[in-house]
Design a protein around this ligand. Structure first.
Ligand SMILES: [Ca+2]
Ligand SMILES: [Ca+2]
Length: 342
């Protein structure tokens, strides 16, 4: 354990040292070159990084369904922000998978996912991290707080230009008891020839996506970056030109495509409507659909497990589904509130 702690300390020291090297004026000036492009008909290549750092390339897939990820939010349009990633900087994303998917904390973080677009082959060195939420630093706006997990620096090989969905599995799954931040650190200094682009969706939400490239500016909220915007740009307009499909400043219209996947806990001892598997207050065929998806397709966890345990035997399985089908379609007696929480 002692050697592990020392290892973690050294890695953190490297990150802090790297950030300290950032130069405020130079980096801010480079950010002024950022432009925004709409990515249409994205063809995505999946890159999976195992805990040992080994890399596997998957088949191209649709961005919205590329991975089973409980915190994913990229159902809208996708934007590439060019000339923004400099390297030697941090990107962060607020995560509340329980609010998104139901269930309860604690939540076990198993992998971190992010999307990048690149114009040419490149190798990037990246580390992923998890932080607590700090609610005191900026009133009304959560920012990353104490670090909970810091992965090893990992080389990711992008074999050719394209849109990449990168999955990095944690070497040890991390259990969190509340919303949290995840992030990645670009150790590599970006080469303009790579055409490396940050990717966002089209839902502008403040206090969710952050970038930090120097310690003076601190965290820059890319969903509400007015103060930084005004400091380095002559106008506050988003500057996006729909005719030319381009922009001359960073009116970032979305959240960084930076997600986590893992497992929510299931609520117990909470039954209000027996058989109300989807916890919407009524008992009907939608609950059967919910149970089928949960049992056979990796669907979301029920908000209240006892409402899915319709034969009250303390377990949720196909027997409960069978009973619900018989009840809804054949009028069979039941269901009753489950006992998983007792
Ligand atoms: Ca229901
Ligand atoms: Ca049962």
């Amino acid at each position: 354990m002692q050697s592990f702690n020392n290892y973690q300390f050294v890695k953190r020291a490297i990150l802090i040292f790297a950030l300290a090297l950032c130069a405020t004026s130079t980096e801010a000036a480079q950010k002024q070159n950022a432009t925004i492009r709409r990515i249409t008909n994205p063809s995505v290549t999946s890159i999976n990084i195992a805990p040992d750092g080994s890399q596997t390339i998957g088949a191209p897939s649709d961005l919205a369904t590329a991975i089973q990820c409980v915190s994913r939010h990229d159902s809208g349009a996708v934007w590439a922000i060019d000339n923004w990633i400099l390297g030697n900087e941090l990107y962060k994303s607020y995560q509340d998978p329980v609010a998104l998917c139901g269930g309860a904390y604690p939540y076990t973080v198993e992998a971190v996912h992010f999307v990048l677009q690149i114009a040419a082959p490149a190798t990037l060195t990246i580390a992923i991290d998890i932080e607590e939420v700090d609610l005191n630093f900026l009133p009304g706006c959560p920012v990353p707080g104490n670090m909970l997990y810091l992965g090893a620096l990992t080389d990711i090989v992008f074999p050719t230009g394209g849109l990449y969905d990168v999955t990095i599995s944690l070497d040890t799954p991390q259990v969190v008891d509340a919303p949290f931040f995840i992030g990645f650190f670009f150790a590599t200094i970006s080469d303009p020839a790579w055409g490396l682009s940050l990717v966002t969706d089209s839902f502008q939400v403040p206090c969710v996506s952050y970038n930090i490239w120097d310690t003076t500016l601190g965290y820059v909220d890319i969903g509400d970056n007015l103060s930084v915007h005004q400091s380095i740009y002559p106008t506050t307009d988003p500057c996006y030109n729909s005719t030319t499909n381009s922009a001359t400043c960073f009116g970032f219209d979305g959240r960084i495509l930076l997600f986590t996947s893992g497992t929510v806990s299931e609520l117990v001892g909470c039954c209000q409507v027996a058989g109300d598997a989807n916890h919407d207050g009524s008992q009907n065929i939608a609950d059967i659909t919910f149970m089928i998806e949960r049992l056979f397709s990796g669907g979301p966890a029920p908000a209240c497990l006892d409402e899915s345990d319709v034969n009250a035997d303390g377990a949720t399985n196909i027997t409960d589904l069978t009973l619900m089908i018989a009840h809804i379609f054949q009028g069979q007696t039941g269901p009753i509130c489950g006992t998983t929480g007792n």
